[in-house]
Design a binder for this molecule. Structure first.
Ligand SMILES: Nc1ncnc2c1ncn2[C@@H]1O[C@H](COP(=O)(O)OP(=O)(O)OP(=O)(O)O)[C@@H](O)[C@H]1O
Length: 229
């Protein structure tokens, strides 16, 4: 589903590469944690998957296509197949919960009929049944992140990218969010999550890819946050 082949990324004017000879293969349906110190290259990795950034050398494939060679007009179609969730939720403050989720469908041209069924169905799935008419500032942080996940998942993307999704949440709320991401993963969606949250990684026991100075220094099935034999 996601394949990096000898990917280097050096930002203009930077001496050291943000990614250095990264080769990684993520299969359809996998759940992968990307870990590593601040500045190790996690966000750069995620940006390359979205083609928000391009490799300096090497190849990035998503769903079998080398995305650096994708024509510009095909990039929106690629991004539609990838849901994104961030630490800071990024909801539209002047739209209700339902409108935030519906908006993701409107921008990709879904009809009113589809929207009417998909939005409540997805809100129920993320545990926000009955909260569709609230505004983001009337919700807790955990609930706001659930809205963001509903918005990312409402068109059933192949891949869900989560960059520090529990970074602003307390430990108990974070566990609920991880249960939800796990549930989404069980529907067949490939999940790649960058995180500093060691207790979450240790509890989930999924594949762990660790970056250090832009290099993959560990790629371990059912791994922990720190290396353990
Ligand atoms: N737009 C940019 N221009 C120049 N350098 C950049 C840019 N974005 C990232 N970098 C550099 O690339 C390296 C990797 O950064 P990246 O944001 O990928 O790390 P990260 O692991 O996601 O960090 P964090 O955990 O703090 O989000 C860092 O040295 C950073 O300073």
């Amino acid at each position: 589903m996601i394949r990096f082949e000898k990917v280097d990324k050096t930002y203009p004017g930077q001496g050291a590469p943000a990614l250095d000879n990264v080769s990684v293969d993520v299969e359809k349906g996998e759940f992968v944690f990307l870990v590593g110190a601040s500045g190790s290259g996690k966000s750069t990795f995620l940006r390359l998957v979205l083609r928000e950034s391009r490799p300096t050398s090497g190849r990035v494939y998503v769903a079998g296509k080398e995305i650096n060679r994708l024509a510009g007009w095909k990039v929106p179609r690629l991004r539609r197949q990838i849901g994104t969730v961030f630490q800071d939720f990024r909801l539209l403050p002047n739209k209700t919960v339902s409108e935030n989720v519906a908006f993701a469908l409107q921008v990709i041209g879904k009809g009113a009929g589809d929207i009417k069924t998909l939005v409540p169905e997805t809100l129920e799935m993320v545990g926000l049944d009955g909260k569709g008419d609230r505004f983001p500032d009337e919700l807790s942080g955990g609930e706001q992140q659930r809205v963001a996940i509903a918005r990312a998942f409402v068109n059933r993307p192949m891949i869900l990218i989560a960059d520090e999704p529990t970074g602003n949440l307390d430990p108990a709320t974070s566990v609920g969010i991880m249960k939800l991401l796990d549930r989404i993963n069980r529907t067949g969606t490939t999940v790649v999550m960058a995180t500093h949250d060691s207790s979450i990684v240790d509890q989930m026991r999924k594949r762990v890819i660790e970056l250090e100075g832009g290099r993959v220094v560990r790629d371990q099935a059912q791994g922990a946050y720190g290396f353990q034999h």
